[in-house]
Design a protein around this ligand. Structure first.
Ligand code: HEM
Ligand SMILES: *[C@@H]1O[C@H](CO)[C@@H](O)[C@H](O)[C@H]1NC(C)=O
Length: 501
């Protein structure tokens, strides 16, 4: 098997005695880091930076967690440029073709240009196709639900399938739903490998042992992805050629997907310059294109699904708020038609409920950053290449910023001067803030609003088997994202009048 240099670098042996002195404490730290973030109340600046996870790359174990809005502002705004790298494990580096994507690229010219491509070309509101795929897939989900009225629906699985369909279609176009099952298997294996504990991340010399057979799994996962996306890229290239040969009489702009838009920057060799003209500023290879598509899949699927499911769960747990949201939908939209985008600005209570959901359940609970250089922050000295985790979950529940922080209370967002999530209020940062903040926020919010508005406008939902709202389990699973531990099940009945499904 051919080894990638990144895997290889972890392959030199080390003396066994080191294991007992170093691995055991590191393992302990690692396990600690996997527990849920700090409970509320630890938000004082004095405790804001604590030693925690040891970083990857064989750097000595420095790193810290941030759970106060003030320190988050230091890290994400004031000294942003010094905290704008991302830590990555061996698995992540290997599976992103050695940081060939946006999410794991180090802060610098390449990241800056690739981010421009994504923001201007892929995630921009101007790229109407992405927004269209949200509407089409939400419609298709509503039809699925309408066909199972009266029986229990696994809402968690349903919305995850929805967001997978949305991103799949936005990335690869509408014609290619056929390979989707294979692709989902590949994504699941990537996801497991991202989260897998690899001793070589902590002790590089111990990589040779590889007790879980990670090297082989990594190589296999990446070659499955290569096989899958290479053939999609080939199809797209072929499509371009044939289009260039004929057209002329087709004056209409052909619809494009994200692969088409990325191929506009394709070249055999990667290139970055500081040119103002994007087209000449960056050239992307196949590896770049594959890695960026994976960013979209990972950044835009589970996050949105988790937010939709949590919003539905919180509203079912709080029937008074659910009633208000549905009343607002009846008043603004009426029961004779479906919700449309132009209704959104009048759906104030719904928007507040979604904000409140993101406050209590930020889909990415810990923002992972790495220092580029030695930094001083809040009186602490942090060496270069330290991991810094910003605990968005704890910040959203900080009693110094929020009254009654553990309670789901959408009405708190009706007041004036409440923090907004656009990134300048560090009490509320579900999309992060600053250079590394979420570039897909608009698209993500649109999917979230569309999906929840449709689910609640088209159907009335009951908990199954006479379960009471207070019995609803609200535990989350803490990983890179924080979905619900137990999937939400509910029984829909139609709410609209006439044949609008
Ligand atoms: C409700 C939905 C979403 C939430 C809550 C969310 C949240 C976040 C957060 C917290 C970050 C990290 C910020 C930081 O480290 O400071 C992030 C980064 C990112 N998100 Fe999102 N996101 C969502 C939807 C999306 C969508 C729909 C896409 C793509 C279509 C996307 C693509 C990305 C990418 C590529 C990054 C990495 C950016 C970089 O490193 O420069 N996200 N997101
Ligand atoms: C997602 O797409 C698949 C394949 O087209 C379809 O069978 C499924 O019903 C869709 N799921 C949802 C929730 O829309």
């Amino acid at each position: 098997m051919e080894m990638n240099p990144i895997v290889e670098e972890a392959l030199q042996p080390m003396p066994v005695t080191l294991f007992f002195f170093f691995i055991a404490p590191l393992l302990f730290l690692f396990l600690l880091s996997r527990l849920r973030p700090d409970p509320p109340g630890t938000g004082q600046a004095s405790k804001a930076i604590r030693r925690s996870v040891p970083p990857a790359d064989g750097v000595p174990p420095h790193g810290g967690g941030v759970s106060s809005p003030d320190v988050a502002r230091q890290v994400l705004q004031v000294q942003d440029h010094l905290f704008s790298n991302r830590p990555a494990t061996i698995a992540i580096r290997y599976l992103t073709y050695d940081r060939a994507d946006m999410a794991f690229a180090h802060y610098g010219p390449f990241w800056r240009q690739i981010r421009k491509v994504c923001v201007i070309k892929l995630f921009s509101r101007k790229r109407a196709e992405s927004w269209e795929s949200v509407r089409d897939e939400v419609d298709s989900m509503i039809r699925t639900v309408a066909s199972s009225t009266g029986s229990t629906v696994n809402l968690g699985e349903l919305v995850f399938a929805l967001t997978r369909n949305i991103t799949y279609r936005a990335a690869f176009g509408s014609s290619s739903h056929e390979g989707q099952d294979d692709f989902i298997m590949i994504l699941q294996e990537f996801s497991k490998l991202f989260g897998a504990f690899n001793i070589a991340d902590f002790i590089p010399w111990l990589g040779w042992a590889d007790p879980q057979g990670l090297h082989e799994r990594l190589a296999k996962a990446r070659s499955s992805l290569d096989g899958f996306i290479d053939s999609i890229i080939d199809d797209h290239m072929h499509k371009h050629k044939t289009r260039c040969h004929k057209d002329s009489d087709e004056d209409q702009e052909p619809t494009t997907d994200m692969v088409d838009d990325l191929l506009a920057f394709y070249s055999e060799e990667a290139k970055v310059t500081e040119s103002d003209d994007l087209q000449s500023a960056i050239k992307l290879t196949r590896d770049n294109i594959k890695a960026i598509i994976m960013d979209v899949m990972f950044g835009g699927t589970e996050t949105v699904a988790s937010a939709i499911e949590w919003a539905m769960a919180e509203l079912m747990k709080n029937p008074e708020d659910l009633k208000k949201v549905q009343q607002e939908l009846s008043d603004v939209v009426g029961l004779h038609r479906r919700v449309e985008e132009s209704d959104f600005e009048k759906l104030t209570y719904l928007k507040c409920a979604l904000k409140e959901t993101l406050r209590l359940h930020p889909p990415i609970p810990l923002l992972l950053h790495e220092t580029a250089d030695h930094v001083e922050v809040a009186g602490y000295s942090i060496p270069a290449r330290s991991r810094v985790m910003i605990n968005a979950w704890a910040i959203g529940r900080d009693p110094n910023s929020w009254s009654d922080p553990e309670t789901f209370k959408p009405s708190r967002f009706m007041k004036e001067n409440v923090p907004d999530f656009k990134g300048s209020h560090f009490e509320f940062i579900p999309f992060g803030s600053g250079r590394r903040s979420c570039p897909g926020m608009q698209l993500g919010l649109y999917s979230l609003e569309m999906a929840v508005a449709h689910l609640l406008h088209c159907f009335t939902w009951e908990l199954p088997d006479g379960m009471k709202p207070s019995e609803l389990d609200m535990d989350d699973v803490f990983g890179l994202t924080a979905p619900r531990a137990i999937r939400l099940m509910a029984v829909p009945t139609p709410r609209l009048l006439g044949l609008v499904y």
